[in-house]
Design a protein around this ligand. Structure first.
Ligand SMILES: [Zn+2]
Length: 301
């Protein structure tokens, strides 16, 4: 974004061919599992940077699709960019939307060296995907009545700041070609860089401006979940992230939950080779996951 200024029953061992050397055990109990979410980040970074057209991109996309299907989501994939949409209760008009980008920027251009090579993208990309997938596992167990869509955006991170609308290509494509005709949702949340130790999520500017309902829902859920320390009640910078294009084109109120520092900057290892899995905190993932599940629970009346 741009700154203005293979499973068996419910047992579940997952083997990713050529990507993981050890089988992964998927938890079976209800409740967001921060430790499992961190493992999901690790699986992505083990595959490698998820740069478009790379093997890691293909494998990770397949992993996301495989897990969503295992969690009994209806899955639609787009082909222009590989946006992956997982839905529960697709017939229900009463819906909420949660999104995150899953691609990795091809260049670690905020680093001091090897700027032309991709970083690992543990927090930037990896963390949002992990939270959505662990939410999916929970929803498969809790079976809410409300409709929920989880969208994994491709091609978010190919932009340059001098080129208007060069970020968020996957979500921009979807707003013009939604997976369902006349798609709408009551509100939505986009997750971006939501896993670092010590992360704080002040209210991103456009979310407050155009997505107030979503902001209110998330802050209320944070109170319920006891995670208000993470979701600060102050305004942060304006970020042209995936949520911006959805609000602009489809008028769905969205909140961008994104780590912003009081100094105004992003996550300190953003777009560097240091955006590695050891910076990811189970507690932060847990707090974000608990909050998002509380958002759904609050709507599932
Ligand atoms: Zn990025």
């Amino acid at each position: 974004m741009k700154v203005l200024r293979c499973a068996t029953l419910n047992v579940v061992m997952l083997l990713l061919s050529g990507c993981l050397d050890t089988p992964m055990k998927i938890p079976t109990s209800l409740g967001f599992d921060g430790s499992f979410a961190k493992k999901l980040v690790e699986m992505q970074t083990k595959a490698g940077p998820r740069v478009l057209k790379s093997k890691a991109h293909q494998q990770t996309g397949d992993l996301i699709v495989g897990l969503l299907k295992q969690f009994k989501f209806q899955v639609v994939e787009q082909s222009e960019y590989r946006n992956i949409i997982g839905s529960i209760n697709p017939e229900n008009k009463n819906r909420i939307l949660f999104t995150a980008h899953w691609d990795t920027r091809p260049w670690a251009d905020q680093d001091t060296e090897n700027k032309d090579k991709p970083g690992p993208g543990a927090n930037d990309g990896g963390s949002g995907v992990a939270v959505l997938l662990e939410m999916a596992r929970n929803l498969s167990l809790s079976q809410p009545k409300i409709g929920v869509d989880l969208i994994f955006w491709d091609a978010e991170d190919l932009g340059t700041s001098d080129k208007e609308d060069s970020y968020c290509l996957g979500s921009q494509y979807w707003t013009k070609n939604p997976h369902v005709k006349n798609y709408s949702a009551k509100f939505g949340v986009n997750l971006d860089m939501v896993g670092a130790a010590g992360a704080r999520f002040p209210i991103e500017g456009y979310s407050l401006q155009m997505g107030k309902l979503a902001v209110e829902k998330v802050l209320a859920a944070a109170s319920t979940a006891g995670t208000s320390a993470y979701f600060e009640r102050r305004q942060g910078s304006y970020i042209t992230d995936d949520h911006f294009y959805i609000m602009k084109a489809l008028k769905i109120p969205m909140m961008d939950v994104i780590q912003l520092r009081s100094s105004g900057g992003f996550y300190e290892h953003w777009h560097t080779h240091q955006d590695t899995v050891d910076k990811i905190s189970e507690s932060t993932l847990q707090a974000v996951g608990n909050t998002m599940l509380a958002v759904i629970k609050g709507e599932d009346l």
